[in-house]
Design a protein. Structure first.
Length: 296
């Protein structure tokens, strides 16, 4: 008849909120069942030690910047000495040419000029070293600020809190999950179809879902995924075919608009029947026309 029938269950993508760094949990701002939006604060780790490190790092930046000022002042002093030494050397060269100054005076002034030049080069190098030290100190400050920011854990998706996994005061390590969210914008029913039907299913094909918990309503959906490999049907899924036959997993995606409208009713685990078109020209039966509850 051009319409495949199967049953399955509603599934919702789960998203873990986990720590980047270890530490003590200072706050948990959500409870199980709470609805959260992207960016909402889920948990906060203690940052007192990091704040102390940040204060010390900022002091290092101030000290390093003062080091730049001192190094530049030293450059100015060495430039003055270099210029004076250059003038004195030129004067002695002229006097020595007129045989008024001795060769010893010329050699002494030449040595003093070389020393002044070396001191000036050293002063310029000290400025570079001070600038590098400042940049390193500033980078340390930025690194600490980023780490402090990452001690506040935000919801990565719009969703509902399924599990709250830690309590305030708990000491956690890097990568520890503190909460699990249900991404209520990514909800689908998983069904299994035999080869004879799966081969006729097009991605994007229309589907209808009737949930056991709300049999009076018919929800619209579309095929978003068809497995490329067959598998044995899981025991939790009932099908009209024998279990030992290989089946293809199919996902029927509910639209984000529908989910947003009825987000208060979105839950995982609901079972129901699914109907999907194998032939797009076949019309839906009257009892499969879309019927939705009143919007909350």
């Amino acid at each position: 008849m051009g319409i495949a029938i199967a049953n399955g269950r509603i599934e919702i993508e789960r998203v873990d909120v986990a720590t980047e760094y270890g530490g003590q949990v200072a706050e948990i701002r959500v409870r199980e069942g709470d609805t959260v939006a992207v960016g909402d604060i889920v948990a906060v780790l203690n940052t007192s030690e990091l704040m102390a490190q940040l204060a010390a790092a900022k002091a290092e930046v101030r000290s390093a910047r003062q080091g730049i000022a001192r190094a530049k002042a030293e450059v100015a002093l060495r430039e003055a000495e270099h210029n004076l030494s250059e003038l004195e050397l030129a004067r002695v060269v002229d006097l020595e040419r007129r045989q008024v100054a001795s060769t010893a005076d010329l050699e002494r002034r030449d040595a003093q000029y070389a020393i002044a030049k070396a001191n000036l080069l050293g002063a310029h190098a000290a400025v570079g070293t001070a600038i590098a030290a400042t940049e390193q100190a500033e980078a340390h400050v930025r690194q600490l600020k980023i780490r402090i920011d990452e001690m506040t854990l935000h919801a990565p998706v719009d969703g509902r809190v399924e599990y709250r996994l830690v309590q305030p005061g708990t000491v956690v390590g890097p990568g520890t999950r503190v909460a699990t969210l249900l991404d209520i914008s990514d909800v689908y029913m998983t069904i299994f179809l035999p080869t004879s039907e799966a081969g006729k299913v097009a991605i994007g094909a229309e589907a209808r879902i009737a949930l056991d918990a709300a049999p009076n309503f018919v929800l619209p959906a579309r095929v978003s995924f068809v497995a490329s490999e067959a598998q044995f049907t899981p025991k939790a899924v009932q099908t009209a075919n024998e279990r030992e036959k290989l089946m293809y997993r199919v996902k029927l995606q509910l639209s984000s608009e529908l989910l947003d409208r009825y987000r208060a009713y979105v839950r995982a685990g609901y079972t129901g029947d699914a109907y999907l078109k194998l032939d797009p020209s076949v019309p839906w039966h009257d009892d499969l026309e879309i019927r939705l509850p009143d919007a909350p």
